[in-house]
Design a protein around this ligand. Structure first.
Ligand SMILES: NC(=O)c1ccc[n+]([C@@H]2O[C@H](COP(=O)([O-])OP(=O)(O)OC[C@H]3O[C@@H](n4cnc5c(N)ncnc54)[C@H](O)[C@@H]3O)[C@@H](O)[C@H]2O)c1
Length: 271
């Protein structure tokens, strides 16, 4: 998600500092961005000069201190609250006063990140969808600690990026995942109890509901580890059985079957 968000912001004309834990990863992410832009030029969707200008706006680093002058930092690391809290403490110490710290979390309580910083009024959720360059929606999540001016600033940022922002309170799953994940979870249960095979479940939902992807294909795209974290966070908050992750999902994650990113999930991508 991080590389997609960097692409969106750089395309909108913002200077972007892309930070990974290792310089090699930051460089590899920029190389991936370069490849993606080259493809868009090849397809006639982007001018070569624009592609060069976009790339020139993106720099990569492993050092959090290089984010010091940013006005807005969007965190998009693994969906784990303790990891994100540790990173927010680090960001709070490194980034200039007055800068906004945003998270791309899919479900985690944003107030928990706000309160580990000395700037809770400047912490907010900016939830992009996957793949970020293609998906128009951005959920803007305001924890009870956020200042109205913070919410207004990130809403304007999303609009400048050509996205459609929607406003939502800080509740697990926000709007989209709170409604989507019971459906995805029930698709896994349906597969598990043998009601239909994976292809027929996906074909049925594409054909019957006009969805662009079936639920199992979508889970593979989102990542099964991320999906499990989302369901666990929803269940923790609401205790609704629809959010209790199907047992096979947890087993697949333990086995390293994470979907497209690992080459295998409900489908095999290595063939
Ligand atoms: N996958 C989706 O469809 C999707 C959609 C919207 C939002 N999100 C959210 O975006 C975030 C990232 O999800 P993803 O699917 O890109 O996950 P991912 O597992 O593909 O990528 C997470 C990245 O974070 C890195 N990372 C872990 N700890 C780090 C740290 N302390 N500092 C810097 N980098 C660190 C990992 O090395 C990895 O490259 C999560 O919060 C997720 O909920 C995901």
């Amino acid at each position: 998600m991080g590389s997609g968000i960097a692409e969106v912001a750089a395309k909108a004309g913002f200077d972007v500092v892309l930070r990974s834990r290792k310089q090699e990863t930051a460089d590899a992410t920029i190389a991936k961005l370069e490849k993606s832009l080259a493809k868009q030029v090849e397809r006639g969707k982007l001018e070569a000069a624009d592609s060069e200008a976009i790339l020139a706006r993106v720099s990569g680093t492993a050092d959090v201190a290089d984010l010091a002058d940013c006005d807005l930092v969007i965190e998009s690391v693994v969906e784990d609250l303790e990891t994100k809290k540790a990173l927010f403490r680090e960001l709070d110490a490194a980034v200039k006063d007055g800068a906004i710290l945003a998270t791309n979390t899919s479900t985690l309580p944003i107030v928990e990140l706000a309160v580990v910083t000395n700037r809770p009024e400047l912490v907010v959720g900016v939830h992009f969808f996957n793949p970020a360059p293609a998906m128009k929606l951005v959920e803007i999540i305001s924890p009870i600690t956020a200042a109205e001016s913070t919410t207004a600033a990130v809403t304007e940022f999303a609009s400048t990026c050509g996205k459609n922002p929607v406003a939502v309170q800080d509740r697990a799953g926000f709007i989209v995942n709170a409604l989507l994940f019971p459906y995805l979870n029930n698709a896994i249960r349906m597969l598990e109890n043998g009601t239909a095979n994976r292809e027929d479940i996906d074909t049925a939902m594409k054909g019957g509901c006009n969805f662009p992807m079936g639920p199992l294909e979508l889970l593979d795209l989102v990542g099964l580890d991320t999906s499990l974290s989302i369901l666990d966070a929803l269940y923790d908050e609401f205790r609704d059985p629809n959010y209790a992750a199907a047992p096979v999902l947890r087993r697949m994650v333990t086995a390293g079957l994470l979907g497209r990113k690992s080459g295998k999930g409900f489908y095999d991508y290595n063939r």
